[in-house]
Design a protein around this ligand. Structure first.
Ligand code: IMP
Ligand code: MG
Length: 189
């Protein structure tokens, strides 16, 4: 049986990244991240951006074999639509005094216009974090509106709206075990 015949998954027109491909991506990113921070004397802090990066972060942090703290932020730019509003809203912020002693690794699901991570990295650098880097599961470089390059990137994808493995459309589909391309008729209704 084709996985997309499952009633939960049938709003996707194709699978872009399978569970196995996602696992391989996470393994590679964890190795790159370990290499980068191995000799740092600062505290590594994984900053999980809610909610989209939850499944990805949860898998990634368990593969990083370095002392690591976990923190969360909630940042939104999209509402229920598929186009960026251009502004970001921080609705849950970091609450720590020790940023100059921290290497912040922001974990995001996808970079699209680039506005969210561009603003967020500026914000955290302005608070004097020792370093601020970003890891994204997915990147859609063809959609960029501001210059932004993630430090670590799982996969570059074409300009298609994707869901699953944390990514949502109108808060649904985050629990799909793969990344799939949503059928246009689902969001053009
Ligand atoms: P940016 O600020 O335009 O780079 O947008 C990043 C945010 O947009 C991500 O964290 C997602 O919440 C959302 N987003 C962008 N593209 C997609 C997509 O294809 N599927 C689901 N969410 C997306
Ligand atoms: Mg998001």
């Amino acid at each position: 049986m084709n996985i997309l015949d499952n009633p939960l998954y049938c709003d996707c027109k194709k699978v872009l990244l399978t569970k196995e491909e996602l696992e391989a991506i996470v393994d590679r990113l964890a190795a790159e991240i370990e290499e980068t921070y191995r000799n740092s004397t600062k505290q590594l802090v994984a900053v999980i951006i809610l909610k989209g990066s939850m499944p990805f972060s949860s898998d990634l942090i368990r593969k990083i074999k370095l002392p690591l703290q976990v923190d969360v932020m909630k940042v939104s730019s999209y509402g229920a639509g598929t186009k960026s509003s251009g502004e970001i809203k921080v609705s849950l912020d970091l609450n720590r005094e020790d940023l100059p002693d921290c290497d912040l690794l922001i974990i995001e699901d996808i970079v699209d216009s680039g506005r969210t991570l561009n603003r967020l990295t500026q914000l955290l650098r302005n608070r004097n974090a020792h370093s601020v880097r970003t890891v994204t599961l997915l990147d859609k470089p063809s959609r960029r509106e501001v210059a932004f390059v993630p430090d670590f990137c799982g996969a570059t994808i074409p300009d298609e709206f994707v869901v699953g493995y944390g990514l949502d459309y109108a808060e649904l589909y985050r629990n799909l075990p793969f990344v799939g391309v949503l059928k246009e008729e689902v969001y053009s209704k």
